[in-house]
Design a protein around this ligand. Sequence first.
Ligand code: KG4
Ligand code: ZN
Length: 341
Amino acid sequence: MNENIYILGIETSCDDTSAAVLRGRKVLTNIVSSQKIHAEWGGVVPELASRAHHQSIVPVVDMALRRADIDKHQLSAIAYTRGPGLMGSLLVGATFARAMGLGLGIPIIPVHHMEAHILAHFIDDPDMQSPEFPFLCLTVSGGHTQLVLVNGFLDMKVIGQTTDDAAGEAFDKIAKILGLPYPGGPMIDMLAQQGNPHAFRFARPEVPGLDYSFSGLKTSVLYTLEKFQKEDPDFIQKHLNDIAASVQQAIVDTLLKKVKLALEETKCRHLAVAGGVSANSGLRRGLAFLAESMGVSLYVPKPSYCTDNGAMIAIAGYYYYTSDAMRTSSLNPVARWQVGA
Ligand code: KG4
Ligand code: ZN
């Protein structure tokens, strides 16, 4: 019966305009238009992002429906990212979803972006295995770094989070120091493959419990490189691969330390990872090693479901649509919103 449920998912929280159509839990289409305009600015410029969403939203949704080979009147519901994210960007997706849903007379489902990153694990895809409940999920993106205890599809509790920068933000800000374009995470990952992760020892800031801190690492990289550059102005260029590998090692070590602690404290036997940074090859290797050594099962989504995408919003919408837990919260976008609230 659920196979006849068609959900359109719309994601516009940051710098990707994305729309996906799901039939049941299967992805028919997942169109992502990534905004290139921010590369030259070293980070996402909110005003440029919302303008670009405006330009892309109609063609992206149209393409998602056409390639899925369905008519919009077949849709059961429209899910969209209500937050957290950039207000101007969220408004574009929310307004579009609301107008389209009202026009078609179908439910409009507000979705939490980070919950959707986690629920991407439940997309029905032959290349992916869904985790068993309860599981621990490390959610690592450009705006968030959290350890989430997931007891059910719509039952999640944050047990640790960053007190300052997110892991993706650390990758991006350090990449900017190195003169690399935004987003810096994939670039550092690529350069790190050719470098020595032990060439430099950057700070790994300590915070109590299951929380994280990354701003000290950024400062440590900045000061270390400034010192070397005084002696050799071309130092960064000459040692770029080793610096990238050492930065990646510091971020991965920091993430893994608290994942290990959280697994010990919660006694979870299942570990998952979600969000853009879960595409990082060093993190994937580190998680695989940790999971193996602790005897827990590891679940990693396909890279296209790690970074921002409409399919994860649609699958989250699917679980709301098929449960009694339709969100009663307001439809209005919110820049800040706690997981599970
Ligand atoms: O989940 P996402 O697409 O958007 C947000 O919700 O923020 O995550 C984007 C973040 C960026 O900081 C980007 O640099 C990082 O994910 N990222 C990576 C990699 N691919 C994307 N960081 C490290 N290594 C990667 N391969
Ligand atoms: Zn995201």
